[in-house]
Design a protein around this ligand. Structure first.
Ligand SMILES: [Zn+2]
Length: 377
């Protein structure tokens, strides 16, 4: 008898937690080219069969790849095509492994957020990049804690190109926007996404009002004022909005430092978000997967202060934000070799769920993204 932590069937009574007694009995085996002989098991409650591969991050994989290698390359600014050339893998295979990494990272992040004990002010600012072409700029609001630089959540909005354009560019823009409809009110929706997430992750209490720090964009205030939690706030659940003039020097003492900092890091580290890049996102859903992997590795793997003496605490942004050290230490092992995360067993925010299910829309693409069945189990 083998002991598995839960039954992989989402409709089974033992899906959340398996009983202490042996419940999975061996039932035959199958052979694969990638992993050789694999033992099958049967659950004694729902009688569904599964194998140890069902729990593996390499479920349905035909070619085993070291996920830690892909993660390292992604963090250090290697573009997808460069990775594909250097590792000798196709873009499709790479994208599949990045999706697996991203889902695993989002699940671990949601688990860590539930165990978080810290409290901090929250900065939200839109990071501007573009998808498919410069005619489709994207605004990516990121909710990040003000003192620990810990990412809480991230969303995405596609908007129209603004600023000075030549007559030919104006003509092309007009044609494109007539042909390709964009979501109305996307900027407000994406800001609301991250604000709602941040509020749910650290709801205000009598001792800790929720302090939101943004720049002076009127949209932000409008969305905040319309929010039920803001309108019905009491002394026990205060929400305070701090607006920062965007021309202030971008130093450590600027209250929006965290937003400025993460924007600089993303531009420096991710090939698809550098200015005037030719490695821009061809597909928004894939881009959000890649960004999620990067942001979660910023939280859980990157040192909180690069020049901090060895062994000093907090070592990572997550520890600085009040995530228990044990969870932070497990993060990397579980990200690249732990039990595969099941959607039915995790609690994700709305934007995280969209990323998981690849529901971010690419301008000009009408068909939904391909989603393997195992990703929805
Ligand atoms: Zn079962």
């Amino acid at each position: 008898m083998h002991s598995f932590p839960f039954c992989p069937n989402p409709h089974c009574v033992w899906h959340t937690k398996a009983p202490d007694f042996p419940w999975a009995k061996p039932k035959g085996f199958y052979t694969t080219k990638a992993f050789g002989r694999v033992q099958r098991y049967q659950c004694s409650a729902c009688h569904k069969t599964f194998s140890s591969q069902t729990f593996s991050l390499a479920y349905y994989v035909k070619k085993p790849v070291a996920l830690s290698d892909i993660l390292g390359r992604l963090q250090s600014g290697e573009s997808l095509r460069a990775m594909s050339r250097n590792l000798g893998f196709s873009l499709r295979l790479l994208s599949n492994r990045i999706d697996r990494l991203a889902r695993q990272a989002l699940a671990l992040h949601s688990q860590c957020l539930q165990a978080r004990t810290g409290y901090d002010s929250v900065c939200i600012d839109g990071f501007v990049s573009f998808d498919t072409s410069q005619y489709f700029p994207s605004e990516i609001p990121i909710a990040i804690t003000a003192h620990s630089q810990f990412i809480l959540d991230v969303s995405h909005a596609t908007r129209r190109r603004s600023g000075t354009m030549t007559p030919a560019q104006k003509k092309k823009a007009k044609e494109l926007y007539e042909r390709i409809p964009l979501e109305r009110g996307a900027l407000s929706r994406s800001f609301r996404d991250t604000l709602t997430s941040a509020l749910s992750f650290q709801p205000p209490t009598a001792l800790h009002p929720f302090v939101l720090i943004t720049d002076e964009k009127p949209d932000y205030e409008r969305v905040l004022f319309a929010l039920n939690a803001f309108r019905t706030q009491t002394e026990q659940s205060r929400i305070v909005h701090l607006k920062i003039w965007s021309k202030l020097p971008r130093t450590l003492s600027n209250p929006l430092f965290s937003s400025n900092y993460i924007e600089r890091e993303i531009r420096k580290d991710l090939a698809n978000h550098q200015r005037e890049t030719v490695c821009f996102n061809r597909n928004v859903a894939n881009g959000m997967m890649r960004l999620s992997v990067y942001l979660m590795s910023h939280n859980y793997l990157k040192p909180f202060r690069i020049r901090a003496p060895k062994g000093s605490h907090p070592r990572t942004h997550a520890e600085a934000a009040g995530i228990p050290c044990a969870l932070v230490e497990q993060f990397f092992a579980e990200l690249t070799g732990g039990i595969r995360a099941f959607l039915s067993r995790v609690h994700l925010s709305e934007p995280m769920q969209r990323t998981w299910e690849k529901r971010w829309k690419t301008p000009g693409k009408d068909t939904p993204e391909y989603l393997p069945k195992y990703a929805l189990a």
